[in-house]
Design a protein around this ligand. Structure first.
Ligand SMILES: Cc1cc2nc3c(=O)[nH]c(=O)nc-3n(C[C@H](O)[C@H](O)[C@H](O)COP(=O)(O)O)c2cc1C
Length: 466
C-alpha cells in the first residue's frame, strides 16, 4: 500500500480556492497533502515556466495573457498534488513531465460534472471511456517518477463502480480519490459512504474518501468520516474552504484568525485579487452581513481587503520588499550581472497622424505576473490621468483574426500595442503604459527585470516581431 496516500488527511482540489496561499495555510494547519485547483492540459502546454526570484516561487505563466495560473514553492513541494483536466494520454504525459520536478504527485480529474469539462471529454466524461482512462493513467504511471492518482465520482450502480475502480487500480495508480456522489448528484444530496466502503473493501490501493464536508465541522469529524467509509484516507473540500483550521488536531480557530493568516499569504505571494476575495467570501459565509462583511463585499483590491483585517502595514512592507526585489534585479541587469534584456532601443515606436488623430504604436505585452495587485497599469494610469487632469482614458479594441488589438486614448492621443492578445483584458492593458510613463525606460524597468533571470520567457522575438 502506498504510504504517501494511506492514513492521510487531504485537502481536495478546489478551483479558485486552492492556490498557493490557501495550500500553504492548510499545510500550516496540518494537512498531509493538498491538491491544486484543476488545470487543463492545454493551458499548461501553452505556458512558460519562470523562476520568480522576488517571491521565491516557480510560476507557470499563460503566454497569451501573462497570468500566473500555477505558482508553487519549495515549502509545499512534498505535499502538493497537481490536478489536471485532460482527455488525451500524450498531452497528459507532457504536462506530467512539466510539473514532475515541482510537485509530490499528479492527479487526473475524472469527477467534474461541469459542462465545460464534459464538452471537452474531460472530468466525469472519462468515467464511461475505460480505454481512454487506461491509456491516460498507464501512460502517466509508466512515464513519470511521481505517484499518479485520479479522482472519480461513483457510477449509478455498485457493480459498475467496482468494475471501474478495479480497472483503474490495474493501471498502476498509487491511490484513488472517490467522491461518493454520482455525476448527476449535487452537494445537497447524501454522500454514498456505503459505496466508498465497498470500494475500499475490494481494492488493495488506498481509497481516499471524499464528499463528507456537510458532516465535518470539527477535527474529530474527519476520523468519523474515515470510519464510516472504511477508506485509507480522507479528502476534504468545502469544510476546509469554510474554515481550514478544521485540519488542526488542537481544534478550530476563529474565522477572523484564519482569514488574517490567509491574507498574509495572499500578500506575500501576490495572489490574484479575485481569487483572494472569492476564498475570503467563502470563509465569511453568513458573516457577510456584518459591517465588516459588507465593507468586504465592496472591496476592489487586495490592499482594501487587507485594511479590513488590520494588515495595512504588512501589505505596505511586503509590497516595498517585492518592489525592492524587482529593483535589485533591474540594477543587476543594468550592471550586466544578469542576462541583458532587450534594451529600450530595440523597441520600435511609431508616431503618426491620421485625419488629425495622433497615434503612438509600440509592441508591448502585458505580463500579469510582473505586477503587484496594487500597481496594475490601469490603476496607475487612472491615477496619472486624474492627477494631471487629462482627458480619458478610454479603451477600444478591434478583433483581428480572433485576436484583440487594443488602444487607449489619453488626452487626444491614441496609444496602441502592435502585439495582439488572446483576451480583450490583456490587450487593453499594454496600451496603458506609454501615456503614463511617457518614457520607454519606465516601462522597460517595470517589464523587464524579472525576465532577465528567466531564459524561458523570451521577449525579444515578440519585440522584434512587433
Ligand atoms: C469551490 C469548489 C471548487 C472545486 N474545484 C474542483 C476541482 O478543481 N477539481 C475537482 O476534482 N473537484 C473540485 N471540486 C469538488 C471537490 O473537490 C469535492 O469533490 C466536492 O466538493 C465534495 O467534497 P466535500 O464534501 O468535502 O466538499 C470543487 C468543489 C468546490 C466547492
Amino acid at each position: 500500500m502506498s504510504h504517501q496516500y494511506a492514513g492521510k488527511v487531504v485537502v481536495a482540489p478546489m478551483v479558485r480556492v486552492c492556490t498557493l496561499p490557501f495550500r500553504l495555510l492548510t499545510i500550516d494547519y496540518g494537512t498531509d497533502l493538498v491538491y491544486t485547483e484543476e488545470t487543463i492540459d492545454y493551458k499548461m502546454l501553452r505556458s512558460i515556466k519562470r523562476y520568480n526570484d522576488v517571491l521565491g516561487t516557480v510560476d507557470f505563466i499563460d503566454k497569451s495573457d501573462g497570468t500566473v495560473f500555477f505558482r508553487t514553492c519549495e515549502k509545499e513541494r512534498h505535499k502538493v498534488i497537481f490536478q489536471m483536466g485532460t482527455n488525451d494520454a500524450q498531452r497528459a504525459l507532457k504536462v506530467g513531465k512539466m510539473v514532475e520536478p515541482h510537485v509530490a504527485g499528479l492527479d487526473i480529474n475524472m469527477g467534474c460534472p461541469k459542462q465545460f469539462s464534459l464538452k471537452g471529454g474531460m472530468g466525469s466524461a472519462l468515467l464511461t471511456q475505460p480505454e481512454k482512462i487506461k491509456s491516460i493513467l498507464s501512460g502517466l504511471v509508466q512515464g513519470l517518477s511521481i505517484p499518479v492518482t485520479c479522482k472519480i465520482r461513483i457510477l449509478d450502480s455498485l457493480p459498475e463502480t467496482l468494475e471501474l475502480c478495479q480497472m483503474i487500480e490495474q493501471c498502476g495508480v498509487a491511490a484513488i480519490g472517490v467522491h461518493g456522489r454520482t455525476r448527476k448528484e449535487r452537494p445537497r444530496h447524501r454522500n454514498h459512504n456505503d459505496v466508498i466502503r465497498e470500494i475500499a473493501k475490494v481494492l488493495t490501493i488506498p481509497v481516499i474518501a471524499n464528499g463528507g464536508s456537510r458532516d465535518i465541522s470539527r477535527y474529530e469529524d474527519i476520523a468519523r468520516f474515515q470510519q464510516d467509509t472504511g477508506a485509507a484516507s480522507v479528502m476534504i473540500a468545502r469544510a476546509a474552504m469554510w474554515n481550514c483550521s478544521v485540519l488542526r488536531p488542537e481544534g478550530c480557530l476563529p474565522i477572523d484568525t484564519v482569514i488574517e493568516r490567509y491574507l498574509r499569504y495572499c500578500i506575500e505571494y501576490d495572489n490574484p485579487f479575485t481569487y483572494s476575495k472569492y476564498a475570503v467570501q467563502n470563509m465569511l459565509r453568513e458573516l457577510q452581513v456584518t459591517p465588516r462583511g459588507k465593507a468586504f463585499l465592496e472591496t476592489q483590491t487586495l490592499q482594501e481587503i487587507s485594511i479590513l483585517w488590520g494588515l495595512e502595514d504588512y501589505f505596505k512592507i511586503q509590497l516595498a520588499k517585492q518592489n525592492e526585489g524587482r529593483k535589485l534585479l533591474n540594477f543587476e541587469m543594468k550592471q550586466g550581472k544578469t542576462a541583458m534584456p532587450p534594451s529600450a532601443d530595440h523597441v520600435k515606436i511609431v508616431e503618426r497622424e491620421d485625419d488629425g488623430q495622433k497615434f503612438v504604436e509600440m509592441p508591448v505585452q502585458f505580463v500579469r505576473g510582473n505586477f503587484n495587485n496594487a500597481d496594475l497599469p490601469k490603476m496607475i494610469l487612472n491615477t496619472y490621468v486624474f492627477r494631471n487632469q487629462l482627458k480619458g482614458p478610454s479603451y477600444t479594441h478591434v478583433v483581428v483574426d480572433k485576436f484583440f488589438c487594443a488602444s487607449v486614448v489619453v488626452d487626444g492621443v491614441s496609444y496602441n500595442s502592435t502585439l495582439r492578445a488572446m483576451t480583450m483584458g490583456s490587450a487593453c492593458l499594454p496600451a496603458t503604459h506609454k501615456p503614463f510613463c511617457g518614457r520607454l525606460d519606465w516601462w522597460a524597468a517595470r517589464w523587464f527585470p524579472l525576465k532577465s533571470k528567466v531564459k524561458e520567457l523570451e521577449l525579444r522575438p515578440l519585440l522584434e516581431s512587433g
